[in-house]
Design a protein around this ligand. Structure first.
Ligand code: IPM
Ligand code: MN
Length: 350
């Protein structure tokens, strides 16, 4: 039987309870489709940091490289200064494991309430390929003349040819496998001339290698507008790190909210990390009220990455049968508890 070693980082807030449901559903999928998951838990997050001062020990980072996948809940603790854990755990893992694509499907499932009136599941089904290791997230910049009235804060967007090329390559390859085969580059070529000048140049050059893929370009501000007005235009959207961060929160709300939205931090030749894209929601922690669907759908992305396409599809179908039974997708208003949602989805699989 195929066996996968998976590192689990439940993390903070609602992380542990949504991850638990994800594991439950993945176990059910393993039974049905004939594979085994060998879980190894890591207690990274706010509690460990507050107790020991450790954020992400090098030894743990080294161990993570030995797994088939990493399954993450949420990072962020109310008693820890914002940024410390996010940068020290999430961003560091993305950088060190070179998880250069952040894959974020935006898909409205039947029975899920959508804030866009007149739009339905047939209109909202696309996927954002967010560059995940460069841009404004590269940490380049600094303060000049700090402490004076002439202080300058500089935050530079770093775009390497290699980083842009491999992200675009991933997006073209993905677009070529989709039904509609359309790839939209989201940028800001009219202002960020250097950064998106490079992106657009490589994009148009690479398009020649993919004659079956239709290409399109939109500025990021217009992208936000079209995501609301005409989401049906999009199939695969590729963009840089910062824009990808912003537009995927917007996308998430059009698919029912952060309780549903999942993402994969991917290194196609290494170990990838899967997570619900929402935060740790400390207000709902430990109450069995949070929506585990995003974590469960992160499990679907993980199964796809592990090569278990059939199981991934079975999991998604199980989710889509349970979603219409939930009253809403918001924590505390689902008409079901966290564990009941997990039980129902697991039961649909077996
Ligand atoms: C995300 C999050 C992170 C990001 C934060 C927590 C650092 O918002 O995964 O989208 O900005 O990438
Ligand atoms: Mn974000």
């Amino acid at each position: 039987m195929q066996e996968y070693k998976v590192a689990v980082i439940p993390g903070d807030g609602i992380g542990p309870e949504v991850v638990r449901e994800g594991q439950k559903v993945l176990e059910a999928a393993g039974k049905k489709y004939g594979f085994r998951l060998d879980w190894h838990s890591y207690d990274l997050g706010g509690e460990r940091y507050l107790k020991t001062g450790e954020i992400l020990p090098d030894s743990v980072l080294e161990e993570l490289k030995g797994f088939h996948a990493i399954y993450l809940g949420a990072i962020g603790h109310p008693d820890v200064k914002p940024g410390i854990l996010e940068q020290g755990i999430l961003l560091r893992t993305r950088f060190v494991l070179d998880l250069y694509v952040n894959l974020r499907p935006i898909k409205l499932y039947p029975g899920v309430e959508c804030p866009l009136k007149e739009k339905g599941p047939e209109d909202i089904d696309y996927i954002v390929v967010r560059e995940n290791t460069e841009g404004l997230y590269a940490g380049s910049g600094g303060f000049l003349r700090q402490g004076t009235e002439h202080e300058v804060a500089v935050q530079e967007s770093v775009n390497t040819y290699m980083g842009v090329e491999r992200c675009l390559r991933y997006a073209f390859e993905l677009a070529a496998t989709r039904k509609r085969r359309k790839l939209t580059l989201c940028g800001k070529t009219n202002v960020l001339t250097y950064a998106f000048g490079l992106w657009e140049r490589v994009f148009r050059e690479m398009a020649k290698e993919y004659p079956s893929v239709e290409i399109d370009y939109t500025h990021v501000d217009a992208t936000c507008m079209w995501m609301i007005k005409s989401p049906e235009w999009f199939d695969v959207v590729v963009t840089d790190n910062m824009f990808g961060d912003i537009i995927t929160d917007l996308g998430a709300i059009t698919q029912g909210g952060l309780g549903i939205a999942a993402g994969g931090n991917i290194n196609p030749r290494g170990v990838s990390m899967f997570e619900p894209i929402g935060g740790s929601a400390p207000k709902y922690a430990g109450q069995n009220k949070a929506n585990p669907v995003a974590a469960i759908l992160a499990g679907q992305l993980m199964l796809t990455d592990l090569g278990q396409a059939q199981a991934a599809q079975g999991l998604e179908e199980a989710v889509s049968r349970v979603l219409p039974r939930m009253q809403t997708q918001s924590a505390g208003r689902m008409g079901m508890s966290t564990s009941e949602v997990g039980d129902a989805i697991a039961a649909e699989i077996s």
